[in-house]
Ligand binder design. Structure first.
Ligand code: F6P
Length: 528
């Protein structure tokens, strides 16, 4: 299959993307896929019909349909941890039984959702809490932080703040100005052992006590480890549990989304779940070439595994999605940044590209120079809403849209030397004209996809996140890896724990390398 794709890559090497529209007049329509009212346009990539067939063959060749059924059924597809992967159940609370180890998980899940809703309604109604501080990191931060920021037009509850970094600056800056008697702290940690989160949680508890607040009534917890939340002193009525079959980076749909629910209310949170569920239904039923998450995955595979582009830029023309690139870094790189297959053999090709990005139009004034004229090709992913949320500022949204469309057009079309020379004729002559023109050439033929939606609502955001989750699943399945463990984060954690005493005046572990020893010495000399 890969050889076949490599042949298509070689066959298409001399064909500019723009020329594919000349030979295939239906391309703009046929190289786009819709899920509900969301549209993914991948026509500005170098994929033609034959290459697309070869890409969709990867789905059949990797047993995607069987593995997709296993995902939704609760089978233990996380093979190194022996766990099911059931974040999809969180957004389908009304569905029939889903069994894990012979037990239907749906009643428990519905019960927790109802408790979250009652809790959120109470906090939002009594008005005593003005600020919520969510303390978590990784999936216990990026999901709720990204979603809360994205849904700002729907906020009608307390203000929500997010603290993740163990750097004391983060919590100090966040708590400054908040009233400890009117702040609710949500400690969000799947394991309730994560050093950053537990350290920040203790700092917040001390701050609350010192300021006359009561942690017994103003702390809530979200975790799978109910013994540890109790040991921390958080009453069971303010604890919302979930099971280990929800991966941290897939957890915003459940109790980890409590801060989101507090900000936008249970009804809008349900709309967010509905959006995710509608993408699930599409993903489960649409044929590969008409399936939005599948085509998102396959264009990514074409760019990374087939063409060898090492990175991908995520460019939301949506300021409220400013945290989306960071969220996708965890979702995609923690899930698929793996070097061995499920069987433990080395992967045949790199699996996860480096994902990076910033909202447009800000990025245009920073790194787009490199996207347009740099020596390295960076496939770009644009996200944009047809309509904004500020009726008085509709003209600004039109400008935003114009910029978004212009960028993908410029990346594909470029500007030739002839055009650059024509543009400069009259200002320069002779060799100087040539020299100046060469600086104004845009090579073009740079691929991009555009995900466009009517407006960024809770439902739409649910669709977007679920589409990206399924993209990761498809890529992982095609590459034969386990997307649901993260052993690569462990070694650094272990070494940090071993080094911490040395920074507290103790001895460094005997096996510390000379470079680290020297850095410890520098810190000792400069930190007193
Ligand atoms: O260290 C990585 C990680 O385990 C992520 O997968 C996870 O989202 C994050 O840490 C936080 O973990 P927890 O929710 O258990 O505090």
């Amino acid at each position: 299959m890969w050889n076949d794709l490599d042949r298509h890559r070689d066959r298409l090497a001399g064909t500019p993307i723009a020329a594919l529209f000349d030979t295939d007049p239906a391309r703009a329509q046929d190289f786009a896929v819709e899920a509900g009212d969301m549209r993914l346009d991948y026509s500005k990539t170098g994929i033609d019909r034959a290459a697309r067939d070869a890409l969709t063959a990867l789905c059949d060749g990797s047993g995607l349909a069987v593995r997709r059924a296993a995902l939704f059924s609760g089978a233990p597809i996380n093979g190194t941890e022996g766990r099911a992967v059931l974040h999809t159940a969180l957004r389908d609370p009304g569905s029939g039984p889903v069994f894990v180890d012979g037990q239907d998980v749906m009643p428990g899940l519905r019960d927790t959702l109802a408790r979250m809703e009652a809790f959120a309604d109470r906090v939002r109604a009594d008005g005593q809490v003005c600020d919520v501080v969510n303390i978590g990191i990784g999936g216990s931060d990026l999901g709720p932080a990204m979603v809360t920021a994205a849904l700002a037009p729907f906020h009608d509850g307390p203000r929500c703040h997010f603290v993740s970094n163990v750097d004391g600056a983060h919590i100090a800056d966040t708590l400054r100005g908040l009233d400890p008697r009117r702040t609710l702290v949500v400690v969000a940690s799947k394991t309730f052992t994560t050093i950053e989160t537990m350290t920040n949680a203790r700092t917040a508890r001390d701050w609350m006590i010192a300021g006359g607040g009561d942690p017994a009534t103003h702390f809530a917890a979200v975790s799978t480890a109910l013994d540890r939340t109790a040991a921390f002193g958080i009453p069971g009525t303010s604890v919302f549990g979930f099971a280990d079959w929800v991966g941290g980076r897939y957890s915003v749909w459940g109790p980890i989304g409590l801060a989101v629910m507090l900000a936008i209310g249970p009804a809008q949170f349900r709309a967010f779940l509905d959006g995710g569920r509608s993408m699930d239904a599409h993903f489960r039923s649409a044929p590969w070439a008409r399936n939005l998450p599948v085509m998102l995955a396959l264009t990514g595979i074409w760019h990374h595994q087939v063409l060898g582009h090492p990175t991908r830029a995520v460019l939301p023309y949506d300021q409220r999605l400013a945290r989306l690139p960071a969220y996708l870094q965890q979702l995609e790189m923690e899930s698929n940044g793996k070097g061995v297959t499920q069987a433990g053999d080395p992967v045949s090709r790199p699996v996860a590209p480096v994902v990076w990005g910033e909202p447009g139009t800000n990025g245009q004034h920073a790194f787009y120079q490199m996207l347009h004229q740099g020596a390295q090709v960076v496939p770009c992913e644009f996200l944009v809403a047809a309509k904004g949320h500020e009726p008085d500022l509709a003209h600004q949204h039109r400008l935003l849209l114009a910029n978004c469309l212009a960028q993908s057009q410029a990346l594909m079309g470029g500007r030739s030397l002839v055009e650059a020379r024509a543009m400069l004729t009259g200002r320069f002559t002779g060799e100087e004209l040539d020299r100046q023109a060469r600086h104004r050439v845009f090579p073009g033929n740079r691929p991009s996809v555009t995900l466009i939606y009517p407006q960024l609502t809770p439902f739409t955001l649910g669709q977007i996140i679920a589409a990206y989750e399924h993209r990761v699943f498809v890529e992982g399945t095609v590459m034969g890896i386990n997307s649901y463990d993260q052993w690569g984060v462990e070694l650094g954690k272990e070494l940090a724990t071993a080094l911490a005493p040395a920074l507290d005046g103790g001895e460094a572990p005997a096996d510390v390398d000379p470079s680290t020893q020297a850095l410890l010495g520098y810190i000792r000399r400069h930190s007193s």
